[in-house]
Design a binder for this molecule. Structure first.
Ligand SMILES: [Ca+2]
Ligand SMILES: [Ca+2]
Ligand SMILES: [Ca+2]
Ligand SMILES: [Ca+2]
Length: 407
């Protein structure tokens, strides 16, 4: 039944997450005040305003109820009658792509009381048009790699902050250029100038990379909903997009790998240096990463002063196949970055694929932040390390591309 509701209300999505968003409740009266009229007992306003693709959180005051049953229903859109139950949660998280006047009712019932309150939400078009592409890079930290210190280019004296800005200049643009995340765990975190709405039944965003046939370097995609509304991604706000490999028994969750700064920058122009960057992981493996003859700069991020760096995440199974000196990096089916060409449907992602740390599906009304990190720890002969590239990201709804989700 809930599913049908969502079908009726294409473009509106209400989360069942418990979050602590900002309250628009401006009532100062106590809900327990006996003189207070019954219809105010839940203390929400008569009307609200929000721009499209922005989240409105409404938190009723239910202190006078005991284990109440709560129903949030849309009763009309632009004067046309509807009767659509949209949430049974205490807090309403309302976000939609579509402007208009929405009429709603909250119904709260416990053993003693039944209270109904009508209210409205006016959804306006944003005054300054939203950008469909990335607006800000929050964090950029590649792992070791043959393109590290090159994409973007490190110059002597550059700090983490300068490298973040360089990554932002590259990918937060209508005409983006590419950054490389290096080996396993290297990452970039970015956001938009609005919330990407999770439209039911449709994919919501696309991550751009440089994949083509047999050159897939899959990156794990994480998404975050700014539930504390502080404008930045916090650790407890992240969810992983569960791609098709998620239930593969060869996938290692909570993988951890440490790369050690090389003691000398050796010249590899005459052939590979096999013992270049030492590494060890939390699975009891260790070894060396080579330096190749095609890229002579340091492969260790030079703005990092620590002697070793540890990266964490979900490790995907190796995808490289070698035959007669020809290396192929096979694509995974769906749900990863830098895995399919930028024009392919499978480089587009549905927020509905997000899961929590226990692998359970979560409902996010939309997302404010995305993190991409390299998902493999693999050397593919002369191709070098498998390293995810990112060359931007697109909100498909603002760009007005429609891609159905996977069935
Ligand atoms: Ca969606
Ligand atoms: Ca936050
Ligand atoms: Ca690469
Ligand atoms: Ca690539």
């Amino acid at each position: 039944m809930k599913k049908n509701t969502f079908k009726l209300l294409s473009g509106i999505f209400i989360a069942s997450l418990i979050i602590t968003g900002c309250s628009n409740d401006d009532s100062s009266a106590s809900p327990n005040d006996p003189d207070k009229p019954t219809d105010n007992i839940i203390s929400i306003k008569d009307s609200y305003q929000i721009d499209r693709s922005k989240l409105l959180t409404i938190i009723p005051d239910l202190k006078s109820f005991h284990s109440p049953e709560i129903l949030w229903t849309i009763t009309g859109i632009n004067g046309n009658n509807k009767d659509s139950l949209i949430s049974k949660d205490e807090k309403l998280h309302f976000i939609t792509l579509n402007e208009g006047n929405y009429s709603l009712i909250i119904n709260v019932k416990d053993g003693n009381n039944t209270v109904e309150k009508e209210f409205s939400i006016r959804v306006d078009k944003e005054k300054k048009p939203y950008k469909y592409h990335i607006a800000k890079v929050f964090d950029f930290l590649p792992a070791y790699g043959q393109f590290t210190n090159e994409m973007p280019k490190y110059e002597e004296g550059d700090t983490s902050e300068i490298m973040r800005k360089k990554a932002e200049q590259a990918i937060a643009s209508e005409n983006p250029s590419m950054i490389s995340l290096g080996g396993f765990g290297g990452y970039v975190t970015f956001g938009f100038d609005h919330t990407i709405v999770n439209v039911p039944g449709k994919r919501d965003f696309r991550i751009l990379g440089n994949a083509f046939a047999n050159s897939s370097e899959p990156g794990i995609i994480m998404v975050a909903f700014d539930k504390n509304a502080n404008g930045v991604p916090d650790e407890d706000e992240w969810y992983e997009i569960a791609g098709n490999e998620h239930s593969n028994s060869q996938v290692i969750k909570n993988y951890e790998i440490t790369f050690f700064k090389p003691t000398a920058e050796l010249d590899a122009t005459t052939g590979n240096i096999e013992e270049y960057i030492q590494w060890k992981d939390n699975q009891g493996n260790e070894g060396w990463k080579p330096k190749n003859q095609f890229h002579s700069q340091s492969y260790y991020p030079l703005w990092i002063t620590q002697e070793s760096m540890t990266y964490r995440g979900t490790l995907l199974p190796n995808n490289a196949i070698e035959s007669n000196g020809i290396w192929q990096l096979k694509e995974f089916e769906w749900g990863y970055a830098d895995n399919y060409p930028n024009t392919h449907d499978e480089s587009a992602i549905d927020i509905a694929w997000a899961v929590d740390q226990n692998g359970n599906k979560v409902f996010l009304p939309g997302i404010d932040f995305i993190k991409v990190y390299t998902g493999l720890n693999q050397e593919a002969g002369w191709l070098g390390e498998t390293s995810t590239e990112v060359s931007g990201a697109i909100d498909l709804h603002i760009k007005q591309e429609t891609i159905p989700t996977r069935k």
